[in-house]
Design a protein around this ligand. Structure first.
Ligand SMILES: CC(C)(COP(=O)(O)OP(=O)(O)OC[C@H]1O[C@@H](n2cnc3c(N)ncnc32)[C@H](O)[C@@H]1OP(=O)(O)O)[C@@H](O)C(=O)NCCC(=O)NCCS
Length: 116
């Protein structure tokens, strides 16, 4: 993510800085981030993206930053949180992460690839 790209993200509707959360370590580096896109009309908080620096994974940082962002979303009125993770067999680890955060499966996207 470049600074310019991040500025574009922050300029996008319905970005709200109080719903954009990072974990910063003592040397000033940001190691985990998630942003909530809040649909005020329906009270729905979309978590997107969620990422942790590879050197800092499996320490509970994704869980921590996601929970904090969802608490912030609840504080502004969110009634429900949603996420659209990739959950196929080649990318299985998001499922335990989101199930552990209390999400429940609702619908699944299926990709069809034309073979030549
Ligand atoms: C997915 C991602 C955010 C997880 O970050 P993390 O800080 O390592 O996750 P946590 O330490 O909070 O893990 C919470 C739980 O998620 C599951 N989990 C996370 N990474 C896992 C892995 N590589 N394999 C299996 N389970 C995993 C586990 O259930 C874990 O709990 P446990 O450690 O008690 O077993 C990180 O791997 C990442 O940034 N990946 C690339 C971006 C991405 O895929 N984001 C998700 C988009 S929907």
């Amino acid at each position: 993510m470049t600074l310019d790209r991040y500025r574009q993200v922050m300029d996008s509707w319905p970005y709200r800085p109080e719903l954009d959360w990072m974990i910063e370590i003592s040397d000033g580096h940001y190691v985990a981030n998630t942003c909530v896109w809040y649909d005020e009309l329906n009270g729905v908080a979309l978590l997107e993206p969620l990422g942790v620096d590879p050197a800092f994974r499996r320490q509970g940082l994704a869980r921590a930053v996601a929970l904090q962002a969802m608490h912030a979303a609840r504080d502004v009125g969110a009634k429900r949180a949603i996420v659209y993770p990739r959950g196929d067999e080649l990318y299985p680890f998001t499922k335990p992460l989101y199930l552990g955060l209390g999400f429940r499966p609702y619908a699944q996207a299926v990709s069809f690839v034309k073979r030549r």
